[in-house]
Design a protein around this ligand. Structure first.
Ligand code: PMP
Length: 362
């Protein structure tokens, strides 16, 4: 095998090499059945075992209480943007959102299709470089929930503490930071995430929901868009994305092997610090985008003094085997995504490259 790339892609993103190798070993013959897992029924005992084991692993790793359902859906986190208001906002209610950037904005746009939306807090005036102050949140009492975007993948800001919402369910889009650290699931009404950053390949969307919220969807909601359909059928109403769920299963075992989420958090913090330190000790050669208190440990965003220099940085980094460092097309600049599966060595190599690039061009 050629040397693996230093993969800083924002998503789909790096997967653990061990997981890829395990999947490769079982690719054409899953557990000695003479077929791959993609070639058997989703109602077979072999697949059902994977399905249930994946749910059990999530419950264990995230310490998910027994009154929460774990669903495997399709359509990405983007479909959840619509499914949440479609199912949860009942007549006479509205929804409430914290606006922190591009992904919050997309969720808000969909919610507006299903009723009135309150923007309970926004960091728009701060150009989404920070999480707004949520200590004095005034959530409209008619709100069915408050929605937050736990980690803004494009802006590179992340909640360090979630707001207190009292009796109003808190819903979090954790697409780009699920499993990066321990969270107290019992504080949330719902957590959801597209898989393709910290969980596995794209194709499956994880929804963790308090059961009272997803027991009964409004009558007019079509079958596949109803949470109650998927709850009643344990995500086996129709054919689930079998291979993606199988890969999530392997990733969860890999995380368990690392010791769990507290260990993963420590590891992620160390990795991100290598790169933030290179930014902070550069005397302004590199400028971090996010306000330091809200810096993401998953997506590190920074800029340089000119677009030319940034282009040169990207071109040279590519020659050295770095991938995915260009910022999102909507904001420009640079971004290093340091998800769970990005090795320490990649982050160290990037920090070293940044320091060296500055020496040569500063
Ligand atoms: N929310 C966040 C925070 C994301 O980063 C993304 C994808 N980059 C999405 C939602 C959309 O996810 P999907 O592509 O699975 O619809």
């Amino acid at each position: 095998m050629n040397k693996r790339a230093y993969n800083f892609n924002a998503g789909p993103a790096a997967l653990p090499l061990e997981v890829l190798q395990q999947a490769q070993e079982q690719f054409v013959d899953f557990q000695g059945i003479g077929m791959s897992i993609m070639e058997i029924s989703h109602r077979s005992k072999q697949y059902e075992q994977v399905h249930h084991e994946t749910q059990d692993l999530l419950r264990e790793l995230m310490n998910i209480p027994s009154n929460y359902k774990i669903l495997f859906l399709q359509g990405g986190a983007s479909t959840q943007f619509a499914m949440i208001p479609m199912n949860l906002v009942k007549s006479g209610q509205m929804s409430s959102y914290v606006h922190t950037g591009s992904w919050a904005n997309k969720a808000i746009k969909e919610a507006k299709l299903f009723g009135e939306v309150q923007i309970a807090a926004s960091s728009k005036e701060q150009e989404f470089k920070e999480i707004p102050d949520l200590s004095k949140l005034a959530i409209n009492p008619k709100a069915a929930y408050l929605h937050v975007t736990s980690n803004e993948t494009i802006g590179g800001i992340q909640y360090s503490e979630y707001p207190n919402t009292g009796d109003i369910p808190l819903i979090a889009d954790m697409s780009s930071d699920i499993l990066c650290r321990p969270v107290d699931v019992s504080r949330f009404g719902m957590i959801y995430a597209g898989a393709q950053k910290n969980l596995g390949p794209s194709g499956v969307t994880l929804v963790i929901a308090r059961e009272d919220l997803v027991q009964q969807s409004p009558e007019h909601v079509p079958t596949m868009f109803r949470y109650d359909t998927h709850v009643e059928n344990n995500s086996l109403y129709n054919t689930p994305p079998v291979y993606s769920i199988y890969m999530v299963n392997l990733v969860l075992k890999w995380i368990k092997g690392k010791g769990g989420l507290a260990e993963v958090q420590q590891f992620n913090t160390e990795k991100a610090s290598l790169i933030y330190d290179a930014i902070d000790s550069s005397n302004g050669f590199y400028k971090g985008v996010a306000v330091p208190k809200d810096r993401s440990i998953m997506n590190i965003t920074f800029t340089m003094s000119s677009e030319e220099l940034e282009k040169q940085f990207i071109a040279e980094s590519q020659k050295e085997g770095f991938v995915g460092l260009k910022g999102h097309r909507s904001v420009g600049g640079l971004r290093a995504s340091t998800y769970n599966a990005v090795p320490y060595e990649s982050c160290k190599a990037l920090a070293d490259f940044m320091i060296d690039f500055q020496k040569r061009n500063g």
